[in-house]
Design a protein around this ligand. Sequence first.
Ligand SMILES: Cc1ncc(COP(=O)(O)O)c(C=O)c1O
Length: 390
Amino acid sequence: MFSGRTPASLSPNRLTRALAELKAAGAPILDLTVSNPTREGIAYPREEILAALQDARSLTYEPTARGLLEAREAIAEWHAGQGATADPGSLILAGSTSEAYGWLFKLLCEPGDAVLVPRPSYPLFECLAELDSVRVVQYPLVEELAWGLDLSELDRLVRPETRAIILVNPNNPTGTYIKHDIWLRLQEFAAYRSLAIISDEVFFDYAWRADPRRVSSLQGPHLALTFTLSGLSKISGLPQMKLGWIHVAGPGQLRSEALERLEWIADSYLPVSAPIQHAAARWLELTPQIQHSIRTRTAENLASLQAAVSAGSSCRVRTPEGGWCAMLEVPRIHSDEEWALMLLENHSIWLQPGYFYDFQREGFLVASLLPDPDAFQIALQRLTGILGPY
Ligand SMILES: Cc1ncc(COP(=O)(O)O)c(C=O)c1O
């Protein structure tokens, strides 16, 4: 009856089942997996955010497939403020970054074609690709290169049916950014093989410190067709508003045709509501303030984590270059799943096991840095008790 685009089995895995049972029994779980900043007591300019939705222009329906010019101009201006050049005429608005991926798969791939995706990384691509009958082929990010990209590995994996290379810049959860030298080589690599580059930059603004080697994919040269994805979900900490975008760059004719075809796809869905598009410019004005609140929170929790772990525990914090989470390297006396299950069932701490992100080896847990600092501290005290010197 049903297509193979949805999973053969929808039953929850062992960890999800254990979590649901504990929650149902009313156990107070210290959740260090939260990725939603709107429910952790982070300060938002609440009135201003809501006031932006009161725009009388929203009473009229004026569909534009690429998205309202005013919103695209505001997004281009935001990127310019971050030191990257984005052209409003090269932007297409979507309901989210996730939706934008689907549009790019439809644009670039026939059923059965493949895209190269990083490993470890956020487990989003596989299900999005499957929904479009596209295969994902994982390329390794090399731990010894601070989870950087190795072009010879990519080369080994390219097949005639490969259409695109997906980058996550910075990667989630390793936090690694694309650097200038590899960016230039990757552009040549992709152009030579007629591959598109899709760069997911949702966390780009959340670097822990400056590094002049870092690049945004908005930055040329664009020898290959290059799509940069971002959205309000992370940039403005407003995942509930559902606004993402695709910036298209590349050699002249290829770029114009990609834009026209994406516009055609967007026109078939027209998912972004008028109030959201009219509010976007104001929300982007409020974004520095929101980012400051989020950064203050993640910095406080990262400092606590580093202090707790350096105080004699047997685990190590792998400090990321950017993003909203940190990796804990734990002794490989248990599998990642056993660690996560033991911490959950015996100590009420809910951490993501590394396998969730497809790390090449065991020994990693991933902690979100968004939780309420008091709850985070309690979880850390328990963790250091458990992970004290072995
Ligand atoms: C790397 C990455 N890209 C995209 C997304 C999803 O973004 P959106 O809410 O715009 O679909 C996430 C969500 O956590 C993510 O981690």
